[in-house]
Ligand binder design. Sequence first.
Ligand code: UDP
Ligand code: MG
Length: 336
Amino acid sequence: MSNTTPELSVVVPCYNEQEVIRLTHERLCAALRKITRDFEILYVDDGSRDATARMLADIHHADESVRVVRLSRNFGHQIAVSAGLDSASGDAVVVIDADLQDPPETIAALVAKWREGYDVVYAQRTERAGESHFKRWTASAFYRFINRLSEVPIPLDTGDFRLMDRRVVAAMKAMPERHRLLRAMTSWVGFRQASVPYERAERAAGETKYPLRKMFALAMDGITSFSVIPLRLVTFAGLIFSGLSVAAIGYALVLRLLTDNWVPGWTLSFIATMLIAGLNFLFLGVMGEYIGRIYSEVKARPMFLVMERLGFDNPEASRNPVADQLAVIAERVNAA
Ligand code: UDP
Ligand code: MG
């Protein structure tokens, strides 16, 4: 494979997508050929346990515009996309799901905006076919909630289907955190952003790899990595309840010292005890969410491990962006 960098890279994270991956590749190629002749497709196999890895290898052997990065295990969607960004060399990089929910034909509109001079072009859903009311409702509630908390606005109804200019990708690579919500990170980087409306289709085949548990984890990562407001709320609530406790103590003492009326009051003390106990656990939980993340960031483990790379000049190179990042920091510290 030649060494020159393509105009367009398309990153496709795949986890157990054997039912759909060939169809996806066909439609993706057809759509891309209409846009440019100079593209690469980068499939990231996120530790699939079905035939996906073998099928991707076949697709690579038949089509030299295809590169494959195979992770050593299932690291999760956001990390798989990050691994793809890490190996993508195009002037613009598009991230798209493997299940054809994001129509490849929409890429033309993303690229057109990029050619107009935008750095981030995100596809915004007008329609969510084939998704349950529950998923729509939770997704919409999540975006509204996180936007109230977050320091940067996250556009409503967007997923990870988007185009990024090379310098945005460089900025993303410089963010080594392991708990990632990529759609919020691309908003954080700034530059010139634009949106393109699209209709989100039904999954072409197979079933969702995002059960409720993973959706919840993604939501928590989004909130904790873009806001410390939950911690601040805890402090405020703590202050309020401390104030109330002082008042309650004063009240109890007045009753005890100045009246004979001090056996009743069990109701109040019971309610107060329950309330404070409940709040204590809640607050500890919120602290724990942050501390757990600090712990996993401090360990500074590689974000992902690559088992195999197909279609690269240096297939053996095991890319570890976090280690690269730490090396750069260490160099700077030593130079200072
Ligand atoms: N995916 C992945 N790793 C995972 C889960 C999902 O790479 O651990 C990929 C999956 O193959 C698909 C994309 O992420 O290309 C979105 O997943 P899915 O379609 O299952 O999520 P949904 O659209 O139902 O939210
Ligand atoms: Mg999907």
